[in-house]
Design a protein around this ligand. Structure first.
Ligand SMILES: Nc1ncnc2c1ncn2[C@@H]1O[C@H](COP(=O)(O)OP(=O)(O)O)[C@@H](O)[C@H]1O
Ligand SMILES: [Mg+2]
Length: 420
C-alpha cells in the first residue's frame, strides 16, 4: 500500500516513519517532505506545492495511492480534503468546514459555548474602540487572540493593560478583522491529540510541549522546542474527564452543525490548580513536536488507525495500544530562531545519534548534493523512548550531542517537569 503525506515538518517525518513500521505500507510519498523523508528507506519526496490539489490528486490516482494524510493546518483550512473527497481519493483530515475549529478561534469559541465545553470566558470584537473599552473594563492580565491562522504568532498573553491595548492595535493593523479577548487562566498546559472518524473519538497519549525558546520557559514563543509523553499531569481520571467533557461533546457539536469531522481533533488544555480542564484552543491536525514524542510510543499500527478514521470504523477497532515506555523529544534549532537565521549549514552526526530507542526526525532540512543541510528555523528533533523519564532525558541529550551544525541551539530542560 502506498500512502502520501502532505507537509514538510518534523511531524510529517514522524508520521511517515510510523506508517512505515507496518509491512503492508510499501511506500510513503511526501509532498514536499524534507531531508529526512528524502533519505528514509521506502520514502520519497514529491515536489508538488501543498496547495496544488489537482497535481496531488492526479499523482494519487495514477500511482494507486491508498490514502493521503494531511499534516499541516493550512491545506486543511483551504479545503484540500473537500477537493480529494470530491475525487473519491481516501484522505485523513477534516474538511474546510471542520478545520474552522482551528482556523477561526471565534468559530471554535462559539462551538464550545454552544456545547457547554469548559473554556475561558471571552468576547469577540471587530473594531478597535469597543475592544479597547472591553479591555479597560476587564483589566489585566488578559489574553488577546487573532481570529485566523497565525502560525503561533496570533496570541498575546498581556500582563498589563498597556500591553493588551497595544496587542489589539497591532493585530487589527495586521488585518485580522476579528479578535477574541479572553479571560486569563492559570495552571499547567497539556495537549490531548485525539483521532476521530466522525462518530467515535479516541485520545492518544497526552503530551506536553515547550513553546518558549529559552530554558525555564523564558524568551520568545516558538513553534515548539521539545515535548514529552505521556504527560504525568494527565492522569487516567483527568483523561476520562477530557473524553466526557471535551472530546465527545465537541464531536457531537460538530455533528449538529452538519460537519462530518474525520481526522485529528487536538485539544490544547489548561489544567487549573484544582484539576479542572479548560480548552484554550483546538487544532485540526497533529501537533509538532508532540507527534514526534507520541507516535514512537504507539504499538497499534498508525496505518490501521488512520484508515479506520477515514473509513468510519474506529469503534470496531480494539483499544489503542502503547509501548510501556515514555518519550522525550528535543528540538534542535538554527541560531537566531525564532528570529532571523541562516540556512545551508551542513549537519553531521545524525547516524551516530540514531539507535535502538533514539530517533531523529528532520524538520527544516534539505538533501543537497547528497548532504543534509539546514533549511529552516527548527532543523530537526531527537526522540528517545525509554522505561522512565530520567533515562529518556539522559539518552535523548546523548543523541542531541552527537549531532552538529554551525549555530545549533536547543533547550537543556526538556521534560524536566515530568521528573517532579
Ligand atoms: N486564556 C488563557 N489564559 C492564559 N494563557 C493562555 C490563554 N490562552 C492562551 N494562553 C497561552 O497562549 C498560548 C497560545 O495560545 P493558543 O490559544 O494555544 O494559540 P496558538 O497555539 O494558536 O498560538 C497557550 O499555549 C497558552 O500558553
Ligand atoms: Mg496552541
Amino acid at each position: 500500500m502506498k500512502i502520501l503525506v502532505v507537509g514538510n515538518g518534523g511531524r510529517e517525518h514522524a508520521i511517515a516513519w510510523a506508517l512505515l513500521q507496518s509491512p503492508q505500507v510499501t511506500q510513503v510519498l511526501c509532498v514536499p517532505g524534507n531531508g529526512g523523508t528524502a533519505t528514509m528507506d521506502r520514502c520519497q519526496n514529491l515536489s508538488f506545492r501543498s496547495d496544488d490539489f489537482g497535481g496531488i490528486a492526479r499523482f494519487a490516482e495514477v500511482n494507486g495511492v491508498a490514502l493521503i494524510v494531511i499534516g499541516p493546518e493550512f491545506p486543511l483550512s483551504i479545503g484540500i480534503v473537500d477537493y480529494l473527497n470530491n475525487r473519491n481519493i481516501p484522505v485523513f483530515g477534516p474538511t474546510r468546514a471542520g478545520a474552522q475549529i482551528e482556523s477561526s478561534k471565534t468559530w471554535a469559541k462559539a462551538l464550545m459555548e454552544d456545547a457547554n465545553i469548559p473554556t475561558p470566558k471571552s468576547a469577540t470584537f471587530t473594531d478597535l474602540t469597543t475592544a479597547r473599552a472591553y479591555i479597560e473594563q476587564q483589566g489585566a492580565p488578559i489574553v488577546v487572540k487573532a481570529d485566523g491562522l497565525a502560525g503561533g504568532k496570533g496570541v498575546i498573553v498581556a500582563e498589563t493593560l498597556a500591553e493588551a491595548l497595544t496587542a489589539v492595535e497591532l493585530l487589527f493593523a495586521q488585518n485580522y478583522g476579528r479578535l477574541l479577548i479572553e479571560e486569563y487562566v492559570t495552571g499547567q498546559e497539556v495537549s490531548v491529540i485525539a483521532l476521530t472518524d466522525g462518530k467515535t473519538v479516541r485520545a492518544l497519549l497526552p503530551a506536553q510541549d515547550h513553546k518558549r525558546i529559552g530554558d525555564g520557559d523564558t524568551g520568545a514563543n516558538t513553534g515548539g522546542m521539545g515535548a514529552y509523553a505521556p504527560a504525568p499531569l494527565a492522569t487516567p481520571a483527568l483523561m476520562l474527564r477530557v473524553q466526557n467533557e471535551v472530546l465527545d461533546p465537541t464531536l457531537a457539536a460538530l455533528k449538529r452543525k452538519g460537519i462530518d469531522y474525520r481526522g485529528v481533533l487536538y485539544a490544547g488544555l489548561m489544567i487549573s490548580p484544582s484539576g479542572e480542564p479548560k480548552v484554550l484552543e483546538f487544532n485540526c491536525r497533529f501537533g509538532d513536536p508532540e507527534t514526534q514524542a507520541i507516535l514512537p510510543l504507539l504499538a497499534t499500527p498508525l496505518v490501521d488507525l488512520l484508515l479506520a478514521c477515514t473509513e468510519q470504523r474506529l469503534a470496531a477497532l480494539p483499544p489503542i495500544e502503547w509501548k510501556p515506555a515514555v518519550a522525550t523529544c528535543v528540538t534542535i534549532a538554527a541560531q537566531g530562531y525564532p528570529g532571523n537565521y541562516e540556512r545551508g549549514k551542513v549537519i553531521s552526526g545524525i547516524d551516530m545519534a540514531t539507535n535502538e530507542g533514539t530517533l531523529v526526525f528532520h524538520a527544516g532540512t534539505q538533501l543537497k548534493q547528497n548532504r543534509v543541510v539546514t533549511d529552516g528555523g527548527r532543523v530537526l528533533s531527537v526522540t528517545c523512548i525509554a522505561p522512565d523519564f530520567a533515562s529518556s532525558i539522559d539518552r535523548v541529550y546523548q543523541g542531541v550531542k552527537a549531532i552538529n551544525f554551525e549555530g545549533m541551539y536547543y533547550r537543556q530542560d526538556i521534560a524536566q517537569r515530568a521528573l517532579s
